[in-house]
Structure formats: C-alpha cells, structure tokens
Design a protein around this ligand. Structure first.
Ligand code: SF4
Length: 283
C-alpha cells in the first residue's frame, strides 16, 4: 500500500556559499587532474566527504601536512592560522585557498583590532573549532575564547575588550554575553561577526516546519550546527526526525497522506535531500 506522501525540500536549506565555493574549487582542481589533498573535512557531512573522496580528494590532518612535500592542498572555508601557510610554504606545497571571504575579512579585522588598535580580544566560539583556531592564530593565540557564559572567569577578563564571534554562533548567545559583560562593568566593544546565512536559518526553519505534518532533518552526525538546528526544529514541530542518510529513515514514522518537509543544516548537501525526497515519494 502506498503511503502517498507529499514531500518538499526547504529552499533555504543546503550549503552556505562559503562551502559551495570551497567544493567548486576542489572539483575544478580534480577536473584538471591535480592530485588534491584537503586539510580537514571540507564540510561536516560524511556523505559529501565520501562523494568527494571517491572523486579523488584525500583528506589529511595537520600532522600529515607537516610531512607532505610538493603537493597541492586545499584550505577549506573555515580558514587556517598563519602556521598552516608557513608549513605549506616550507614543504613546497601549493595552496588552493578556499577560506570563505567572510572569514578572511574577519581574520583581518581581528588582526587590526589587536595589532593596530591594541585591543584585548574576546572570541565567542568553540575552543577547538577550526574557524576559531584560525581566528586566534591571527593574533598569536592571544584571544580569550568563551564557549559558554557559565564558563566565564571574570578575574581573567580585562576591564576593556573587543568581542568578536565565530561566524556560526547563535545571535541570542552573543547578545547575552554582551549584556553579561556590561552588567559586570566591562567596557566592551561589540563586533558582531555572526554570519547571517546561519543566524537567519532559525526563522526560516520555523516558517518551513509549521507547514508540514512531519519534518525530516538531514545533517551529518558531526555537525554542531546540525544538532542546534535540529533541536530548534523539534521544538517547533515535535515530529521532527534526524537522519544522516536515507537508510536511517524508519517508514513507521509516517502516516498515509502525510505532508513531509525535508530540511537540514548549512553543511547538508542538496543532492542528499533530493535522494531522500525521491525515496519517500516511492513509499
Ligand atoms: S557560514 Fe557564512 S561565514 Fe561561514 S563559511 Fe558559510 S558563508 Fe562563510
């Protein structure tokens, strides 16, 4: 018996332009026949990594970069600290720089604040996130990184500082932090560097989720942005199901004639959502 599901994909979901550009650059190199390495995952999505892996990209970590000589390495959208550029130069490694222009610009702003304006820098972000490592690397790792308001040790915060953010952090968390500093007498200069491609997703998701009986949220298990957006989506629509691929779908989630919305994180490839749509429509 057919389930007769009506299935739509969220138009505003899929990769952000920074990631699309990085993947385009990688594919262009592969088309030219270049033996291409990529430092770290190009996107936090195993399905996309395996697709690119099959096309020939080899994903490597920093330790492998240190040993690599005379090759071509792509630096992904998150950006890299100066140390990675130095290693590449010393090893005669050619760089395909796919750092997102928004992040590149942010790196410059942080450098200017610190070196030209003598500002103490605080970054709201995840300590080990590659984007934060690259941002902090611009100023010789002298930034104070704050992941969560509860972790703040006020004794370590200077009386005057400039606050930046990892581009994918939540806006509300950033402004709560601003309030916290102000309430505690810190003279804080606010540099809101959150990428609106990510922060606008919540409003878009809310509007999209309301329109369907069930939501399939597609993201990689490793995507932190995916987890945040999935939990948000589940609040709006309790019948939201997280999957990383169509094999994870349980058909018993659906009733006959359900309307199903498919959406995802900024690291979810459109082709993966299209595959899930086709699969559901066949049920
Ligand atoms: S989320 Fe925004 S800043 Fe980050 S890579 Fe994508 S476009 Fe660039």
């Amino acid at each position: 018996m057919s389930l007769n599901l009506t299935v739509d994909i969220d138009d505003s979901s899929g990769f952000c332009f920074g990631v699309i550009e990085a993947i385009n650059k990688a594919e262009k190199e592969l088309e030219k026949g270049v033996e291409l390495y990529c430092l770290g995952d190009i996107v936090h999505n195993d399905e996309e990594i395996s697709r690119l892996n099959k096309k020939g990209i080899k994903f490597i970590d920093k330790e492998t970069l240190k040993r690599l000589k005379n090759k071509t390495v792509l630096f992904r959208a998150h950006g890299e600290p100066p140390e990675s550029y130095k290693i590449a130069q010393n090893n005669n490694v050619q760089i395909v720089d796919a750092s997102c222009p928004i992040i590149k610009n942010l790196q410059k702003r942080i450098k200017k604040s610190y070196y030209d304006n003598n500002e103490a820098i605080i970054i709201y972000g995840k300590k080990n996130h590659p984007e934060v490592v690259a941002l902090n690397g611009q100023i010789n790792n002298n930034a104070i990184i704050i992941e969560d308001i509860d972790d703040i040790d006020l004794k370590k915060i200077p009386a005057k500082a400039t606050l930046y953010s990892q581009t994918t952090q939540p806006l509300d968390g950033f402004y709560k932090l601003v309030e916290f500093f102000k309430n505690n007498g810190i003279n804080i200069k606010v540099e809101d560097s959150i990428c609106r491609r990510v922060s606008n997703r919540k409003t878009q998701l809310q509007n999209f989720s309301k329109k369907y009986n069930k939501i399939i949220f597609v993201a990689g298990e490793k995507s932190s942005n995916g987890k945040i957006l999935f939990n948000f989506c589940k609040k709006v629509k309790p019948e939201t199901f997280f999957v990383s691929s169509f094999e994870k779908i349980d058909i018993s989630w659906f009733d006959k004639n359900d309307s199903v919305g498919i959406t995802g994180a900024t690291s979810t490839p459109k082709w993966l959502m299209e595959g899930i749509k086709n699969y559901l429509e066949e049920q």
